[in-house]
Design a protein around this ligand. Structure first.
Ligand code: ADP
Ligand code: ASP
Ligand code: MG
Length: 438
């Protein structure tokens, strides 16, 4: 059995839903769907209004969104019977969303609101398949997808409850389920964070020991650079799990960073495919490694660099520990680290406690902060005895000011910290130099 996940754009209109239906019928797989594109953003906007105690603002967005869904229904279904069923489904969910405009709004209600997008898209797809004579069965994610007290997925619970649901529906032609949504350790509705449907797919893949996890989106696989900023990118046909994890973590939006680990641990290949061009080969992510090749570049935004300079650091044991402890106290993960004899530079992407961190660090040295930075990450088989790749990277970046460089933490990436305003030209220069022979 395979797991096939279709993202927001892939189910973003009635026509796209029909295209997805054509791709999924004929094999008994588990199909994971996101909300239709734009829906989760609208649900976030509705929640914002409700946090700000502006129910009129929320109702305006709700009505607009509901209208869109009623239009989709007219286009998607051909019989009155199914149009009526779909209208009932959509009305039920929008009534539920509206019920939160009348009372106190907290994190708990927000999670409920955010979960409605996936509940609607999967309900609509299931009805469409039924109308087409396909015996699809809905597997409610809220009955098997669980996180524990540390907000980490609970693989034992997921496996047990998902297996039970599958056993209860052996006659199904295929299964449809919601990405992104789950229950937390307290049984409340929760989610796996924005973009988390990819994570749902790989957790499900691991739970059923799938033969393959397919992530269907709007592009032909992982490109060798971010196509939103760079011209002349091309698909990478094969990636190792480690390379894919680095790219996802460092900003390749096509894949949610959490998605790789469950697949890697269970050795389940992940294929990235294009719903708009289903015959294109896409990208295969597996344990195989192509030797000695630079594969792709990605960039992670909103990075802050912090430098702590201290005359006392020279030969001082415990200096780094004290510095890192401060970040630990404020629960702020560090991405990059570079050291010299007189100081250390680190980067963070969560600035919630920046002021406190800087205040505490001042005990140990002079602190400088650089905001609006970007980590550019070059990924491939970069073992240290593969000579020449550092020179190629540095040569490509010869006109771009670089604040930090890091290599050696893994065999798979070289990271460079630059100003956000230099991101586009840096990415383009790397593509031109590393991949396009310019
Ligand atoms: P979905 O809604 O299907 O989850 P996403 O928008 O999350 O889709 O991811 C697909 C998008 O990721 C692409 O449209 C593309 O703009 C962007 N993207 C960023 N970096 C890359 C990359 N290296 N390769 C392919 N796509 C990328
Ligand atoms: N619908 C959710 C989001 O937009 C989850 C996902 O699409 O992966 O973030
Ligand atoms: Mg996505």
């Amino acid at each position: 059995m395979k797991v096939l996940k279709f993202g927001g754009t892939s189910v973003g209109s009635a026509q796209r839903m029909k295209n997805v239906a054509k791709l999924i019928v004929g094999e008994k797989n588990i199909i994971v769907l996101s909300a239709m594109s734009g829906t989760t953003n609208s649900l976030v906007e509705i929640s914002d209004y409700l946090y700000k105690k502006n129910p009129d603002g929320a109702n305006e967005v709700i009505n607009q969104l509901a209208r869109k869904y009623f239009n989709h229904i007219e286009e998607l279904y051909s019989t009155d019977e199914y149009k009526t069923k779909a209208r009932e489904l959509v009305t039920y969910h929008f009534d539920h969303i509206r019920s939160f405009t009348k009372d106190l709004f907290t994190l708990f209600e927000e999670k409920e609101v955010l979960s409605q997008g996936e509940l609607i898209s999967t309900g609509m797809m299931n009805l469409y398949l039924n109308e087409q004579g396909v015996n699809s069965v809905l597997l409610p994610a809220l009955e098997y997808m669980r996180t524990d007290k540390n907000a980490e997925p609970d693989p034992v619970y997921i496996k047990e409850h998902l297996s039970k649901l599958l056993q209860q529906n052996p006659e199904a032609d295929l299964y449809i389920t919601q990405g992104y949504i789950c229950r937390n350790a307290y049984g409340e509705v929760d989610n796996l964070l924005r973009g988390g449907s990819d994570y749902s797919a790989s957790l499900i893949g691991a739970a059923i020991n799938a033969s393959e996890i397919q992530i269907w989106t709007d592009i032909d696989g992982m490109h060798n650079n971010d196509p939103r900023f760079v011209e002349g990118t091309s698909p990478v046909r094969h990636l190792n799990f480690e390379e894919a994890a680095e790219l996802a973590y460092f900003g390749a939006k096509i894949l949610h960073p959490t998605c790789i680990l469950p697949a890697k641990v269970n050795n389940i290949p992940v294929r990235l495919l294009n719903t708009m061009q289903p015959d294109a080969p896409g990208t295969l992510i597996s344990n195989e490694m192509e030797k000695g090749k630079i594969k792709a570049v990605a960039a992670k935004d909103n990075i802050t660099a912090i430098k702590i300079k201290s005359g006392r650091m020279l030969l001082a044991t415990g200096f780094l520990r004290k510095v890192f402890e401060i970040f630990e106290v404020y629960q702020t993960p560090i991405d990059m680290v570079t050291t010299s004899e007189v100081g250390v530079s680190v980067t963070i992407d969560n600035c919630k406690h920046l002021e406190d961190i800087v205040n505490d660090l001042k005990k140990y040295g002079t602190v400088t902060v650089d905001k609006d930075m970007v980590i550019v990450c070059v990924v491939g088989d970069l073992e240290w005895d593969n000579i020449g790749f550092e020179a190629q990277i540095v040569q490509a970046m010869k006109d771009v000011p670089v604040r930090m460089i890091s290599y050696g933490g893994s065999n798979y990436n070289v990271s460079l910290l630059i100003k956000a305003s230099d991101k586009k030209r840096a990415l383009q220069a790397l593509s031109d130099h590393l991949f396009n022979n310019k």
